[in-house]
Design a protein around this ligand. Structure first.
Ligand code: KIV
Ligand code: ZN
Length: 511
């Protein structure tokens, strides 16, 4: 079996999905979950692109130990210097340097000749290799580049010190046969190609990102770049879970394996979906809610007789089973053990808060599952790191079918005060949002609202994702609590608190 490295770019290319913006605490939580999932390399961001990205790459590089952490960089010494500052403390510092190589990009975007592009790529890789033990170089838009030029520049950057060469299908243009053919061509024609690992990075504009990545593997690719749930620029990137499971289920064909811990897949997918607000379609392969549902009578009959009639992947393999774990009477130690099993090392204070949240839920919910505990633990982390401007002190909603809904809300403010208001609305959520808007005193337009349950049962936790527009800026918010109306209010406040934090940071920066 060949070993295929999984390079996850959820926090870089995935975060480039329209409308997605993660804060530091959320990025750290995703990075830790990716580490638990067993990815080999985490691309944590683009350090030179903003102070926020620099901070998050640096923090992730310091907290993640079992995966290698990398950051993106243009072929600029200044970018490489910033990346080194962010990554130098990581377990295995690596950098991902890229420059475009297609005629379209070189002429219209870079406005450089091919010779100039070779020169800047070579000098950047040399400069990076003086600092980083592992330098990866990417030929942006490789798949629409001239083959001879690609062979030439790859040879030169390998001589300059690159150890991984990434071949992106940046605009998702190629078919699987063509992508595999490009990889084969490079293996046959770049004289020093055996000194490096070849990596695939495919986009999904024509729905072929996973197929192209697998075709790359059939033709000698040893690393695949992908994202959880396939999120990413435009139509997204190749989906990590689909590639890993395809290699596993069809190992007879691919003769390749990864380090992915399959039973962490569902949890990782749910976390990324919740924090990015990008809901997983029910029919999505591997992680969609219907991926293991059998509807037609004939299929159900077959499943009852013999599961393999219609099931090639078991839900258990990818972590779909709901384990009933703890109950009302479970103690602090049992809770802490469960938290450890889920990968959370809690300090005294965190344990106290999380255990209280667990007890509150256990009073109201009959069966507590792994998913519930995971939701409590992650919510707890976000609350601890947030220092929000507004917090709900009390929420009361009056609704009956014959009258207009009314919400009365009091909020605690970060300066220790309390603000209160009451407004009406055409439904309970509308009344809550009108009341919050009136208290906060900003024009807030709700652009999107999604409600999902975590697990099954009428007492399940509710997850709400919202997108709001505040002064022309679109921002996401999320919350997971048992009551649907409370989750709605908290998700909205979560978005508002983010805007307030960004504004406060800007003020500090301009002072
Ligand atoms: O799609 C792409 O070409 C990229 C590169 C920066 C690797 O994301
Ligand atoms: Zn990309």
């Amino acid at each position: 079996m060949r070993k295929i490295d999984i390079f996850d770019t959820t926090l870089r290319d995935g975060e480039q999905s329209p409308g997605v913006s993660l804060n530091l605490a959320e990025k750290i939580e995703i990075a830790k979950q990716l580490e638990r999932l067993g990815v080999d390399i985490i691309e944590a961001g683009f350090p030179a692109s903003s102070n926020g990205d620099f901070e998050s790459v640096k923090t992730i590089a310091e907290v993640v130990k079992d995966s290698s952490v990398t950051g993106l960089s243009r072929v600029l010494k200044s970018d490489i210097d910033v990346a080194w500052e962010a990554l130098k403390n990581s377990a295995e510092p690596r950098i991902h340097v890229f420059v475009a190589t297609s005629p379209i990009h070189m002429k219209h975007k870079l406005m450089q000749t091919p010779d100039e592009v070779v020169e800047s790529a070579v000098s950047a890789v040399k400069y990076a290799a003086e600092r980083f033990p592992i330098v990866q170089w990417s030929a942006e838009d490789a798949c629409r580049s001239d083959r001879d030029f690609l062979v030439r520049i790859i040879k030169e950057v390998i001589d300059a010190g690159a150890r991984v060469i990434n071949i992106p299908d940046t605009v998702g243009y190629r078919s699987p046969n063509e992508y595999g053919e490009i990889i084969k061509h490079l293996r046959d024609n770049v004289p020093n190609i055996d000194k490096v690992k070849l990596s695939a990075h495919c986009h999904d504009d024509l729905g072929m990102a996973v197929a192209n990545s697998l075709s790359g593997i059939e033709n000698g690719i040893e690393q695949v770049e992908c994202t959880i749930n396939g999120i990413g620029e435009r139509a997204g990137n190749a989906s990590l879970e689909e590639i890993a499971v395809a290699l596993h289920i069809r190992k007879d064909h691919y003769q390749a394996e990864t380090n992915i811990k399959f039973n962490e897949i569902k949890r990782t997918s749910s976390l990324v979906s919740k924090l990015t607000g990008m809901i997983v379609p029910a029919n999505k392969a591997v992680v969609g809610a219907n991926a293991f549902a059998h509807q037609s009578g004939i299929h159900q009959d077959g499943m009852l007789k013999e599961k393999t009639t219609y099931e090639i992947i078991t839900p258990e393999l990818v972590g779909f089973e709901t384990k009933l774990v703890l109950g009302k009477l479970s103690g602090r130690n049992a809770f802490n053990e469960k938290a450890k099993e889920l990968g959370f090392e809690l300090d005294k204070n965190e344990l106290k808060k999380a255990f209280t949240a667990f007890k509150d839920l256990a009073d109201k919910k009959k069966e507590i599952t792994d998913d519930d505990i995971y939701a409590i633990l992650t919510e707890n982390r976000f609350e601890a790191s947030a220092s929000p401007y507004y917090e709900i002190e009390q929420l009361q909603v009056q609704y009956d079918t014959n009258n207009i809904a009314t919400a009365t809300i009091s909020l605690k403010t970060s300066d220790g005060g309390t603000v209160k208001a009451m407004e009406k609305g055409s439904g309970s959520v509308d009344a809550i949002y009108n009341t919050l808007e009136s208290i906060i005193g900003m024009k807030i337009v709700l652009k999107d609202y999604k409600l999902q349950s975590i697990g099954e049962g009428k007492d399940a936790l509710a997850q709400v994702n919202v997108k709001v527009d505040i002064n022309g800026k679109k921002i996401n918010g999320h919350a997971t609590v048992q009551d649907v109306l409370e989750a709605s209010a908290k998700a909205y406040l979560n978005a508002v608190n983010r805007v307030m934090t960004v504004q406060a940071n800007k003020k500090v920066a301009s002072n």
